[in-house]
Design a binder for this molecule. Sequence first.
Ligand code: AMP
Length: 465
Amino acid sequence: MPIKIYNTLSSKIEPLSPIKKDKINLFVCGPTVYDYSHVGHARTYVAFDMFVNYLKYFKFDVFYLQNITDIDDKIIQRAKEKNISPKELAKQFEKEYMTDMQVLQIKSINKYARATEHIKEIISQVERLLAKGFAYQATDGIYYDVSKFKEYGKLSGRTAEAAEDGTSRIDEGIEKKNKADFCLWKISKEGEPTWPSPWGKGRPGWHIEDTAITEKYFGAQYDIHGGARDLIFPHHEAEIAQMEAISGKSPLVKYWMHTGFLTVDGQKMSKSLGNFTTIRDFRKENSPQVLRMFIFSSHYRSPIDLKDTAVNEAKTNVEKLQNLAAELQNINKNGKGLVFTAFNELQDRFWQALEDDFNTPKAKAVLFEIVSLANEQIAKNELAINQAKKILNFLKEINKIFLFLDFKKAKEKQEIPKEILELAEQREKYRQAKDWQKADEIRQKIENLGYLVEDTSTGPKIIKK
Ligand code: AMP
């Protein structure tokens, strides 16, 4: 079955069919580097990381490109407040962003492209838009004339007239011809960073950096563009207007994918609302695996509310997987070897859920059916070695995509120190002799040393807490 994904452009779930057979060029809007990244950013970047890992797992040759907005109004403003240069500030927070990505184990991005390193390409795009009559010059910069692009609004379903309703990051400009016109090149004010251009010293507008970067690496058309849904309008709409006007080719992007928001009490987590938790603060209490499991548990297009209950559930689920992996690595004698047909069927259902618009919550439900089934069979001593290996292998394979499991930890869990094993043996002797008090004392001692004893039908089992 082909992979299917929801395309914002058509508002339909479509089979994924790249422009060039198995090659996929994919671009996701990167961060504006003026502050620490928050869990909302992590939601979008982890979701795309999982999706790209998934495509690569199925042998698509993916080139994943991300821009870094290292010049814009917010950077200039924040740098002023901190009394440092915008360049210094951007450099510092780009480094922090990279650290966060590393901690979250996001390794799927092939190339990060800074806006300030693509000024030549940006100027070339503005020149071509002017030459084709899609742009005009005002005192404070060059603007895109949306009335010239007949298909304006085709991604968001919004008209040029409704452009400003309820959206931020719309360019102001007293000489604008239409409300929705946006700035391509800003003439710099005193003290702001500048680059020379045919229209005077200035800096790029926000939307043009992305099309300049994607044109350089991918050309006029490519396969997938992603970001969170706040970017559909005006940002992605503007990208379409720019690039399709320049190239005369349509569509700029074959599949537009948008993630839902991470919310707090139903409101988008954002720096401007002040309701954010930085990734590094979140990490003080939770492992990267827990954050990835939390994100995996919701569909990428749905909102996720950051609630303790949901995070704790993710924590428990990571524990469950970790415990199972430890158990499976530990099986060294053959159980009765029940025929394990259900597992194959469940495995198929897991992959089918992902094929259907990357439905991770559905896949998660199937994964935990597998966990229950395996635990049941382990408890009854019915799992054969080859079956245990098969399940363990499945967990290892899916972890290449989702990275919600730490196999090193699972292995540590499995290696029970000699001292603990001896205590467990002593306890068992007391139990056999029905000396419950002494047996309980030893159980407490074992617990204090960080291990749990579970009495199963096949004897005591020791697990690292
Ligand atoms: P920014 O640095 O604010 O431009 O955001 C970088 C990326 O993170 C963009 O794709 C945003 O759409 C996305 N993003 C920002 N806030 C959230 C949120 N609360 N939930 C999901 N994605 C978000």
